[in-house]
Design a binder for this molecule. Structure first.
Ligand code: GRG
Length: 299
C-alpha cells in the first residue's frame, strides 16, 4: 500500500508564527511615558489571545509570494487595533465586562480614563508601525496598507459595526442586521489582515479579490462559531461577562437559525472561503488550514 505523506505541518506553522508574533508584540512598545500608560498598553497587548489576525496577515503575505518578515510590523499593527477595540468594547459605556481572556479587563485594573487612553495610544501606534517602522517595504504599498487599515478601523468598519450593535442592544434583531454587525465588527478587520499581508507582497487585483472572498467567508463563520461557543462552552466564555447573562440581551445565529443550521452555515462559509484560494495550490496551505482552525476552535 502506498503511504501518503503529508509534508505540510500546520501545527508547527501555527506554533512558530505565533512565537514570531509574540516576540514582535513584546518588542513593539517603547518607553511610552508615563509608565502607567505603558503598563496599561502592555497589559492588554501581551495578554495572550489566539493571534489569529496577525497570523492571517503573515500567511497571506506568504501566499502572495512575499517575505513574511516584511509584514510583521503590519501584523503587529493589526493586533494593536484589535486590542484597542477589545479595551474600548469592555468599558462600562459599552459592554461593561469585568473579565477578558480570563483576567480583569483593562479598565478594572487601570481605571476607565487610562484604559481609554491606552486604547487611543495603541490605535495611533498601529499607524506608526506601518508608516515608520516597516523597513524594506515599498512606500506605495505601505500607503495602501494605511488606507486599508484606516477604512476598517473607522465608521465603515469596526466603529460603525459597534454603533449598530450598541443601538440594537435589548432589541429583536433580524438576520440582515446581525450580519451587518458581524461583517463590520469582526469581518472587516479579518479582511484587512489578508489584504494587507498580500499588499505588502505586491499582490495583483485578482489575488486581492480572491482573498477578499476568502475573508468574507471566514469572517462570518468566525462569528457564527463564536455564538455557538458562547452557548456551548461553560467556563471561559461565560466568565468573560461575570455577573451578566451573556445571552439574554444578545441576538445570535443559533437563536435566529437554530444550532444545526448555524453549524451548517459556518461549514458552508468556510468551504466557500477555501474554494476562493484553491487555485493558488500549495501556496494556499496556511490560509486553508487557518480557515479550518477557525471552524474547529474551542474558544
Ligand atoms: C478600532 C477605532 C476603533 C474603535 C473600536 C469598540 C469598537 C470600536 C469595536 C468593537 C469591536 C469588537 C470588540 C469586535 C469583536 C471582535 C471579536 C470577534 C473579538 C474576539 O476575537 P478573538 O476570538 O479574541 O480573536 P482573542 O482573545 O483570541 O484575540
Amino acid at each position: 500500500m502506498t503511504k501518503v505523506i503529508n509534508s505540510y505541518d500546520f501545527e508547527k506553522y501555527l506554533k512558530q508564527t505565533k512565537k514570531v508574533i509574540e516576540e514582535a508584540l513584546d518588542f513593539s512598545l517603547g518607553p511610552e511615558n508615563p509608565e502607567i500608560l505603558r503598563e496599561s498598553m502592555r497589559y492588554s497587548l501581551l495578554a495572550g489571545g489566539k493571534r489569529i489576525r496577525p497570523i492571517l496577515c503573515l500567511a497571506s503575505c506568504s501566499l502572495a509570494g512575499g517575505e513574511p518578515s516584511l509584514a510583521v510590523p503590519t501584523a503587529v499593527a493589526i493586533e494593536m487595533i484589535h486590542t484597542m477595540s477589545l479595551i474600548h468594547d469592555d468599558l462600562p459605556a459599552m459592554d461593561n465586562d469585568d473579565l477578558r481572556r480570563g483576567r480583569p479587563t483593562n479598565h478594572k485594573v487601570y481605571g476607565d480614563a487610562v484604559a481609554i487612553l491606552a486604547g487611543d495610544a495603541l490605535l495611533t501606534r498601529a499607524f506608526e508601525m506601518v508608516s515608520l517602522r516597516s523597513p524594506g517595504v515599498d512606500p506605495n504599498r505601505l500607503l495602501n496598507v494605511i488606507g486599508e487599515l484606516s477604512l476598517v478601523a473607522g465608521a465603515p468598519g469596526l466603529v460603525g459595526g459597534q454603533v449598530v450593535d450598541l443601538e440594537c442592544e435589548g432589541k429583536e434583531v433580524d438576520l440582515d442586521t446581525l450580519e451587518y454587525i458581524h461583517l463590520h465588527k469582526t469581518g472587516a478587520l479579518l479582511k484587512a489582515c489578508v489584504r494587507t499581508g498580500a499588499m505588502i507582497a505586491g499582490a495583483n487585483e485578482k489575488l486581492l479579490q480572491a482573498l477578499t472572498t476568502y475573508a468574507e467567508g471566514i469572517g462570518l463563520a468566525f462569528q457564527i462559531i463564536d455564538d455557538i461557543l458562547d452557548l456551548t462552552s461553560s467556563s471561559e466564555k461565560l466568565g468573560k461577562t461575570a455577573g451578566k447573562d451573556l445571552l439574554a440581551d444578545k441576538t445570535t445565529y443559533p437563536k435566529l437559525l437554530g444550532m444545526e443550521e448555524s453549524k451548517k452555515r459556518a461549514f458552508d462559509l468556510v468551504e466557500k472561503a477555501k474554494k476562493a484560494i484553491e487555485p493558488w495550490g500549495a501556496d494556499a496551505n496556511h490560509l486553508i488550514s487557518l480557515a479550518d482552525f477557525i471552524t474547529n476552535r474551542d474558544r
